[in-house]
Write a protein of this length. Structure first.
Lengths: 340, 327
């Protein structure tokens, strides 16, 4: 075990995979210079240099700014024997490659009757909450949940980022991974050995009996802070991180809501057709009888992201908002109001 | 000039005849309702297709477009599963999930036709990247039309593969019309000349009805790619005899009738038949070859007609490699 940051854990998973399999390549803008810190030697950089020194330019492919071409090349390469990791840097840049992602990457296996496999990983960072304005703050994973054929991971801790990314790289299906930049500096003890975390298995961060919070990406940290605060008030909160949205561990969510009878879903994406809306609908369809209160979604509003720190912060669910939501579904909000 | 064996040239004619006979039959089947949806035929463009596919080796890759049957046929794909795919049968080359627009036969290096214009160009670049990274000697060829020549992804692909000297050939099938739109009205300059901007060779085959001319140009590009010298853009000027898609009836006559008449006189199959006869083959042998191919197409249709529809449950297979779709 050693202490790794979220970003360091991603780099560690990439290095492991590069070492384990010569078919793994990294392709993207600025990957050679290790601009984002995931294609470097980490602690041993002095000795080993960055990935380009370790693996050479044959496997570390610095690209022009041509997202459609990059994603298409990765798709063709994946169909013919390579296992590309595509670094698309900002999630907003995925739109530049939308045709390739939706019409080629996602469809080719099915459309060709299973002849193609598409072992490619498309990494992108969601820079929300860091005052980068509307062109760099997108959280677009729900759009891609609407594209059958893609798998989607949204890790929220360094360990999950490492274990899930390794699984994604070794998987024969295309995976989009959305990494919240606000988590980049988050540190914890991470297993130095190779490990693989399964897709479709949610992580229960804390168990509770009164309310289920399903939280996605950076909302997990907010939810855990809210749960700690609520514990002091005697409210027992269960916090579940689905970790992968496709496939989604429906059963873990349904079991939890069947136990607690209350659900708050929290995510940083837009409200309409979001992951929170989908999870809420599944719960309403499957375990409606267990619900003791209406489901509450906490999401970003259907707004663009403003630049000013004074305007941006209010756009994403926060610890305080989660605490309020839990009080609402447990009826405490009303009691407090009446008490006043 | 390349010297080709008799056997090889007869095979060229055989594959051109296969494309013609297959597409003529498919056209009739669409009009009679025996093929669902529509098809886009390569009738008139057979020399351009076969000159390219036969310049590739068995292990080489290619990607294609909506004018889709000629490419796998030219690469040697068996006709039965192709026809079954057009009819949506369970024995289709894509199990009935792709149809005419999305034929693919990985057994012959056909990585798939694309219904999105220009979209499969970088797929061929990616296959060339695999070849380079893994140290193989395979090359990849992207077929696309004059319409796709105005899609941005072509230029991203030419730039990246030029930079990396990838073994890829960009083959523009310039049949002079993007559906109803004459290429010259939407295309600035000459397509082949655009290669110069990327520092790669650009070749224009003016007589795309001459299978040997196409074969020679593509062979040179393939050899160059295999030597590690990078990509080539080839523009082949040709003409489609049928409508954009079968059954389509446009209200306006966008192609002058004398233009089509002139190109009909340059039928690539007739021209190559004459070439073969001039080089010692008998007319009877040519007739026999044509009869053989018609029988092959009959057999392919029979195979398809006798094939079962796919079981409905199959519709939920092949989305992912490791799990079935679960509603």
């Amino acid at each position: 075990m050693s202490v790794m940051s979220f970003l360091g854990a991603i780099g560690a998973a990439q290095k492991e995979a590069m070492d384990a399999d010569d078919r793994v390549i990294i392709i993207g803008e600025d990957v050679e210079a290790n601009v984002y810190g995931t294609t470097g030697g980490g602690k041993t950089r002095q000795e080993t240099g960055d990935f380009v020194q370790m693996y050479g330019r044959n496997r570390i492919r610095n690209t022009p700014i041509s997202e459609e071409g990059i994603v298409g090349a990765a798709a063709g390469a994946a169909m013919t024997g390579l296992r590309p990791i595509v670094d698309l840097s900002y999630s907003s840049f995925l739109y530049m490659a939308m045709d390739q992602l939706v019409n080629q990457v996602a469809k080719n296996r099915y459309m060709f009757g299973g002849q193609a496999s598409m072992p490619a990983v498309f990494r992108s960072a969601m820079f929300y909450g860091l005052n980068t304005g509307a062109h760099h703050s997108d959280r677009p994973y729900p759009m891609f949940m609407n594209v059958p054929g893609l798998k989607i991971m949204v890790p929220s801790t360094p360990s999950d980022a490492k274990g899930l990314l390794r699984t994604a790289i070794d998987m024969d299906d295309p995976v989009l991974t959305f990494e919240a930049c606000i988590l980049w500096g988050l540190k914890e003890e991470v297993n130095d050995d190779e490990f693989w975390l399964p897709f479709g298995v949610a992580r229960t961060h804390r168990e509770g009996t009164d309310v289920t919070i399903v939280a996605i990406s950076s909302s997990v940290q907010e939810a855990l802070a809210a749960a700690a605060e609520l514990e002091a008030e005697g409210v027992s909160v269960e916090v579940i991180d689905p970790r992968t949205l496709v496939p989604l561990d429906k059963q873990a969510i349904l079991n939890s809501v069947a136990k607690t009878g209350r659900l708050v879903v929290v995510e940083p994406a837009h409200r309409t057709c979001g992951a929170a809306g989908e999870i809420s609908a599944i719960v309403a369809e499957e375990v409606f009888d267990s619900l003791k209160a209406p489901i509450v979604r906490l999401t970003a509003p259907d707004m663009q992201i403003p630049f000013s720190p004074a305007l941006e912060k209010q756009m994403y669910p926060s610890k305080d908002g989660i605490v309020d939501a839990v009080r609402r579904v447990t009826g405490q909000a009303r009691l407090v109001a009446v008490g006043e | 000039m390349v010297t080709l064996t008799d056997e090889f040239m007869l095979e060229m004619q055989r594959r051109m005849l296969r494309i013609r006979a297959f597409d003529e039959r498919a056209s009739k089947m669409v009009k009679r309702g025996h093929i669902p949806g529509t098809v886009h035929t390569s009738i008139g463009q057979e020399a351009q297709v076969v000159g390219a596919t036969m310049a590739l080796g068995d292990n080489d890759y290619m990607s294609g477009n909506h004018r889709s049957h000629g490419h796998p046929i030219g690469k040697g794909s068996p006709l039965g599963p192709l026809m079954a795919e057009l009819q949506g049968k369970g024995t289709g080359v894509c199990k009935g999930k792709g149809g005419s627009l999305h034929l693919a036969d990985f057994n012959v290096g056909s990585l798939g036709e694309s219904g999105i214009v220009g979209s499969s160009i970088p797929i061929a670049m990616g296959a060339a990247l695999s070849s380079q990274v893994l140290g193989r000697d395979t090359v990849a060829l992207a077929f696309f039309g004059d319409g796709a020549a105005n899609q941005g992804v072509l230029y991203e692909s030419m730039n990246m593969s030029g930079t990396w000297k990838l073994p890829v050939i960009f083959l523009c099938e310039n049949n002079q019309y993007a559906l109803s739109t004459p290429a010259h009205t939407v295309t600035s300059g000459v397509i082949a000349d655009r290669a110069a901007g990327f520092g790669i060779p650009g070749v224009r085959v003016e007589d795309g009805q001459d299978v040997l001319a196409v074969y020679a140009a593509v062979s040179e590009a393939v050899a160059r790619a295999r030597r590690g010298e990078g990509p080539t853009l080839i523009e082949v000027v040709t003409y489609r005899y049928n409508e954009h898609s079968e059954g389509l009836r446009l209200g306006t006559d966008y192609r002058p009738s004398d233009e089509r008449e002139a190109w009909l006189k340059k039928d690539p199959i007739v021209l190559f038949r004459e070439h073969l006869i001039a080089n010692g083959h008998t007319a009877e042998a040519m007739d026999a070859l044509e009869a053989e191919v018609l029988a092959e197409v009959d057999a392919a249709v029979e195979f398809s007609e006798n094939s079962p529809w796919p079981d409905a449950s199959v519709g939920f297979d092949d989305l992912y490699t490791d799990s079935e779709y679960a509603a």
